[in-house]
Design a protein around this ligand. Sequence first.
Ligand SMILES: [Zn+2]
Length: 166
Amino acid sequence: MKKQFANQHRTLESFGYEFLVICPNCQKQATVLSKEAFPFIQNSNKRFVCTHCGLTRDLIPKKNQAKQNIIVYQRTFREGMICIGGPFDWYYGYPLALQNPCCGKTLWAYNKEHLLYVKSYVEAEIRDNYSYYLSVESMLPNWIKSAKNRKTIVKAITKLERKLSI
Ligand SMILES: [Zn+2]
């Protein structure tokens, strides 16, 4: 039977409750946690924790003059803003632990649930039409959507899954 992917209308922002990152102090896997997943929620404390070296950092995102969180969408991190769209966490800009070179690009995911969500999409030979325009599946780049890259990407995801048990 062919694998199917049914649209779940999940946005990238909905996965922002946890980022598996590389610790800037010991270079091992650490975590950035946010009680609220969505980046526009104000006065929400963000915490970096490394259980390997014990480093912790807390941060509350800065606001603009209208007292809203400053959110930018771009592929390189900018200090002092909530920066979404590249292989780093939104608040500290630490590199994601779940990233791999793949098909000449970089495959990345924030956490286990995000990785498995992308995997279920990539593995599916039958996909729903008309995905919600802000959903993860509609925003994935074409090289991830392409059937000819499916096997290569699934392999890269399987490698990343091994990092989840570390
Ligand atoms: Zn550390």
